[in-house]
Design a protein around this ligand. Structure first.
Ligand code: AKG
Length: 215
């Protein structure tokens, strides 16, 4: 990505690390192609409805486990009911490499077994929330593809300030674990038209890797 200042890796909060440009263009292309396949039915991208009657503007599907508000299932219980697609070994390995790249390590017996794929069109966003439906405190690994976005990373107590806004670009890695594992976070804004043209993607994809702690 060409820009005036190079983007540096940064510790956004204790336990939260942003690694810009972690995925090269070939890796990004391969992940976008896979996301296109994962997004298809059965158990493909769906609109997520919340118990209060709202609907999330980012569409989502899962691999390994299906997340719904607020739990995990092996089938798309709030979608077409189909069995969730399996967690690819290469994503589990990517999660482990991501933790290492962020300066951490994952015990050998722990494996990433959930991938949530979020697709954001220009006006989609995600409200401040905690990732708290897992039974494991392993770090959350987040990969960005396509349009850049503002990623808001806050504190563990409240959705409100203090928080930090970080611009995530295509290929960026963000990992949060340890004292930051239950920090509130969200995506207040996507920046339409900022995806690398070579990627052939309009919009933003986010792949979030998690350890379920479920059997
Ligand atoms: O799209 C992102 O970067 C954040 C996704 C997220 O917070 C989630 O899936 O829980």
């Amino acid at each position: 990505m060409s820009q005036l200042f190079s983007r540096e890796r940064s510790a956004v909060a204790p336990g939260a690390v942003h690694v810009p440009d972690w995925l090269d263009l070939e890796e990004q292309r391969a992940l976008v192609a896979s996301c296109r396949a994962w997004a298809k039915p059965p158990a493909g991208l769906r609109v997520v409805r919340t118990p209060g009657g709202g609907r999330m503007t980012a569409r989502q599907c899962g691999l390994g486990w299906h997340w719904f508000p607020y739990g995990y299932a092996r089938t798309a219980v709030d979608g077409d009911g189909a069995p969730v697609k399996p967690m690819p070994t290469r994503l589990a390995q990517l999660g482990r490499r991501a933790v290492a790249a962020a300066g951490g390590s994952l015990p050998a017996e722990i494996e990433y077994d959930i991938a949530l794929i979020n697709f954001y069109e220009a006006d989609a966003r995600m409200g401040m929330h905690q990732d708290r439906d897992e039974k494991s405190d392993a770090p959350v690994v987040s990969l960005s593809l396509g349009d850049a976005c503002v990623f808001r990373f806050g504190n563990t107590e409240t959705r409100a300030r203090p928080y930090v806004d970080v611009t995530l670009h295509s290929g960026d890695l963000f990992v949060f674990g340890g004292p930051a594992r239950l920090a509130y976070h969200g995506v207040p804004r996507v920046m339409p038209g900022t995806a690398p043209p070579e990627l052939g993607l309009r919009g933003r994809l986010n792949i979030t890797l998690r350890v379920s702690g479920l059997s």
